[in-house]
Design a protein around this ligand. Structure first.
Ligand SMILES: C[S@@+](CC[C@H](N)C(=O)[O-])C[C@H]1O[C@@H](n2cnc3c(N)ncnc32)[C@H](O)[C@@H]1O
Length: 199
């Protein structure tokens, strides 16, 4: 059961990476440098795919790698001891040392709320919202990070219609912008207009 869920998670992340990457559906171009922010990195499944698939991208990961206890999230197999979070942090640095040294992957060990000041407005091409999946935090992440997008940038996130994270859809809908749902679990919102700085 857990194995099947993990396999599905990997397939969804691959779809997410393809959605983000170049192609008809995407604002990104493989030949151009692009910069992304991923809120919620955990073991780095998506981060590894992104730096592996897109050699020109700079990928920022924002995650406190610490215990958190959101009630809505309890059933989602994410309740690790602090020692496990520390181990993940060390493994990411060991296994992705080259990408980190080349600054293609930049890991920020902080919450999304505290990390928002790291990034300039209108400076990134995409933001992936995959942190704390409560309605409150998801909406805050969307609103806080929307101004970071360049014109033509893209914001997307995971678990929109996952039955254990009902807050994600509430948060996305509360932002009152057009969005698409892909593969059943991914939401995508594009910043089309120059005056899109506010949500
Ligand atoms: C679903 S996992 C992320 C999965 C990851 N994107 C992947 O590729 O597998 C959720 C992550 O969000 C992180 N998180 C929880 N609260 C957060 C917050 N306030 N800011 C940023 N990240 C947070 C957790 O530590 C956890 O690693």
């Amino acid at each position: 059961m857990l194995k099947r869920r993990k396999q599905r998670h990997m397939i969804e992340l691959l779809h997410l990476a393809m959605t983000l990457g170049p192609g008809k559906q995407s604002p990104l171009d493989l030949n151009n440098n692009f910069t992304g922010i991923e809120i919620g990195v955990e073991q780095g499944s998506l981060a590894r795919m992104m730096v592996g698939m897109f050699k020109n991208c700079t990928w920022h990961g924002v995650d406190p790698w610490t215990e958190y206890g959101a009630v809505e999230y309890k059933s989602y197999d994410m309740e690790y001891a602090q020692s496990r979070w520390n181990q993940m942090w060390s493994e990411l640095h060991r296994e992705l040392r080259k990408e980190i040294e080349e600054r293609r992957l930049v890991l920020h060990r902080t919450t999304s709320d505290d990390g928002v000041i790291i990034f300039d407005n209108a400076s990134v091409d995409l933001v992936v919202v995959d942190g704390l999946h409560t309605a409150l935090q998801t909406e805050r992440d969307i609103r806080n990070y929307w101004p970071k997008l360049r014109k033509g940038g893209r914001m997307c996130g995971h678990d929109i219609d996952n039955e254990v994270t009902p807050g994600v859809r509430r948060a996305v809908e509360a932002c009152r912008r057009p969005f698409e749902v892909r593969t059943g679990y991914l939401w995508v919102m594009d910043a089309k207009e120059a005056d899109d700085a506010q949500l």
